[in-house]
Design a protein around this ligand. Structure first.
Ligand SMILES: [Zn+2]
Length: 134
């Protein structure tokens, strides 16, 4: 088997150890699934999936060990939450397609997609002025 790697719940900071193969590269741990990623339970064949779906403190598999530690990392959403909190969170592995790393689209960016292209000099005050404009 692999070796244990520690992660923490992004909701409450509860620390979990997951034993997994070393060749997998972690991308992120998020409170929501990434678009386009397939997740498996830690008791399933998660090493063939794109990531692992945890239920904080409840996921039970030989590869999983919930520690009594609570991370005090700054990005823990609710440090005051009872820990473990029983919420879902997702470990995502780095994914490759045609040899290139697949970029995840953060959920919060969905609403602005298409509205935020590269800025083009087409404002009313930009762009070349016609001859004699000055
Ligand atoms: Zn939690």
């Amino acid at each position: 088997m692999g070796f244990p790697v520690s992660y923490y719940c992004p909701h409450c900071g509860s620390v979990v150890e997951l034993e997994r193969d070393g060749y997998l590269a972690d991308k992120s741990v998020t409170p929501y699934p990434l678009e386009g990623w397939d997740y498996a339970d830690p008791s399933g064949d998660f090493e063939d999936a794109d990531g692992v779906h945890f239920v904080c403190g409840e996921s039970d598999a030989s590869a999983v060990a919930w520690t009594d530690d609570v991370s005090d990392a700054a990005d823990v959403e609710n440090p005051g939450l009872a820990s473990p909190c029983g919420r879902d969170f997702y470990l995502s592995f780095v994914k490759y397609e045609d040899g290139r790393e697949v970029e995840a689209v953060p959920e919060s960016d969905y609403v602005v997609i298409g509205g935020q292209g590269p800025s083009t000099p087409r404002g009313p005050n930009a762009g070349p002025r016609g001859p004699g404009g000055y």
